[in-house]
Design a protein around this ligand. Structure first.
Ligand code: F6P
Length: 340
C-alpha cells in the first residue's frame, strides 16, 4: 500500500522521529511505500506530495521541526472529503497517517466519518490531549524552558530582581508546572487556576524577604482573578482562536507596583518548540510512528496511537477530542506548597 503522512498544526520536536519510525517499520516489516503531504492539510487538499523512500528519513529523528512542513490549514476549506479522495485515487494513496493536535485530529475524525482511511498520531507541546499520558515534544519544551528559567534566576539574583518567565500553555499549564517545579519557582501561574494579584504579590514579597530573587513562571493562558479571558492582542489564528502571549508583560509592572521590587518579564515563545528533541521524545515519537503503521495494517481507521503508562496503545479519536487533559488540582496544590 502507498501511505501518505502529514504533519499539521504547530510544529513540535519529535515530528521527524514519528515519520522515520513509520517509514522504517512500514518498509521493513510490511513492504509499504510512503509519501509525505507538504505543509499539513494544505498538501492533502492540493495533492502536493513528496516521495519518502527509506534514505529520506536517514538520521532525521534528532532533527527539530518537520521535513514535511506544516500549516494550520483547515481541510474542509477549499477541500473536503471529495477533493481529498480524488487526489488520493489519482496519486494511488490508500491511507493517511495524520500527525497533529486537537484541530488536526478533529479534522481527521470528520474525514474518517466521511469514509476516508486515516489514523492519527497525537502531537502537542502543551501536553493537553486526553487519552495519551504524554505527548512527544512536551518533554523537550519543559527541558528548554527549565534551562532558560535557570538562566533568568542567576541574572535575577545578581540584580535582586523579580523575574517573570512566560511559557507556552494555551488551555493547560503542564509546561509551566513542570518547568516551574524543576527550576524552583516561587510562583507558578496556570490557566486552570485563577490567582489574585494580591496572592502573587505575597509570594513574591515572601521570597524577596528571605533574600531570594523571586521567580514567577506563568503559562500564556493564565487568567488573573480580576480578568475574564487570557491575554491576547495578536488577533486570531486560522481556526479563529485568539493568538496568546504577553501576559508576563502585563504581570511584571503590576508586581513591581505592588511590591516595590524591580521586575522583568521574559516571553520564551517559539524557542520552546525549536531545536532537537530530548531522548525521551525521540523514543516516544519513534514508537508512535511504528505503531501508527500497524494501525494502518489493521485498518483501525478513526483511531490514534497513544501512550498508556509505558505501553503504546490504540484509542478511538473521539476519546482524545472534546476533553482536555488539564492539570489536576492535586498537582497544583502539591507545587503550591513550595511557593513564596
Ligand atoms: O498549541 C501549541 C501552541 O504552541 C500553543 O501553546 C500556542 O498558543 C500556539 O501553539 C502558538 O501557535 P503559532 O505557532 O501558530 O503561533
Amino acid at each position: 500500500m502507498r501511505i501518505g503522512i502529514l504533519t499539521s498544526g504547530g510544529d513540535c520536536p519529535g515530528l521527524n522521529a514519528v515519520i522515520r519510525g513509520a517509514v522504517l517499520k512500514g518498509i521493513k516489516v510490511h513492504g509499504q511505500e510512503f509519501v509525505g503531504f507538504k505543509d499539513g492539510w494544505r498538501g492533502v487538499v492540493e495533492g502536493d506530495i513528496i516521495d519518502l523512500p527509506r534514505h529520506s528519513v536517514r538520521g532525521i529523528s534528532k532533527q527539530g521541526g518537520t521535513i514535511l512542513g506544516t500549516s494550520r490549514t483547515n481541510p474542509f476549506e477549499g477541500g473536503g472529503p471529495e477533493v481529498i479522495t480524488a487526489h488520493m485515487q489519482r496519486l494511488g494513496i490508500g491511507a493517511i497517517i495524520a500527525i497533529g493536535g486537537e484541530g488536526t485530529l478533529a479534522a481527521a475524525k470528520r474525514l474518517t466519518d466521511a469514509g476516508l482511511k486515516i489514523v492519527g498520531v497525537p502531537k502537542t507541546v502543551d501536553n493537553d490531549l486526553d487519552a495519551t499520558d504524554y505527548s512527544f515534544g512536551f518533554d523537550t519544551a519543559v527541558q528548554i524552558a527549565t534551562e532558560a528559567i535557570d538562566r533568568l534566576r542567576t541574572t535575577g539574583e545578581s540584580h535582586h530582581r523579580c523575574m517573570v518567565a512566560e511559557v507556552m500553555g494555551r488551555h493547560v499549564g503542564w509546561i509551566a508546572l513542570h518547568s516551574g517545579m524543576a527550576s524552583g519557582a516561587h510562583a507558578i501561574l496556570i490557566p486552570e487556576q485563577s490567582v489574585s494579584m494580591d496572592q502573587i504579590a505575597t509570594w513574591v514579597t515572601d521570597a524577596h524577604a528571605r533574600g531570594r530573587a523571586p521567580l514567577v513562571v506563568v503559562a500564556e493562558g493564565f487568567v488573573p482573578e480580576h480578568l475574564d479571558t487570557a491575554h491576547s492582542t495578536r488577533g486570531l489564528d486560522t481556526f479563529g482562536r485568539p493568538r496568546l502571549g504577553g501576559i508576563a508583560d502585563q504581570l511584571a509592572p503590576e508586581i513591581e507596583a505592588r511590591t516595590g521590587i524591580e521586575t522583568r518579564a521574559t516571553i520564551l515563545g517559539h524557542i520552546q518548540r525549536g531545536g532537537v528533541p530530548t531522548a525521551f521524545d525521540r523514543v516516544l515519537a519513534t514508537r508512535l510512528g511504528m505503531a501508527a503503521v500497524d494501525s494502518v495494517m489493521e485498518s483501525d481507521w478513526g483511531t490514534m496511537v497513544a501512550l498508556s503508562g509505558t505501553d503504546i496503545v490504540n484509542v478511538a479519536l473521539e476519546e482524545a477530542l472534546g476533553k482536555l487533559k488539564t492539570v489536576p488540582l492535586s498537582r497544583y496544590e502539591e507545587a503550591e506548597l513550595l511557593f513564596g
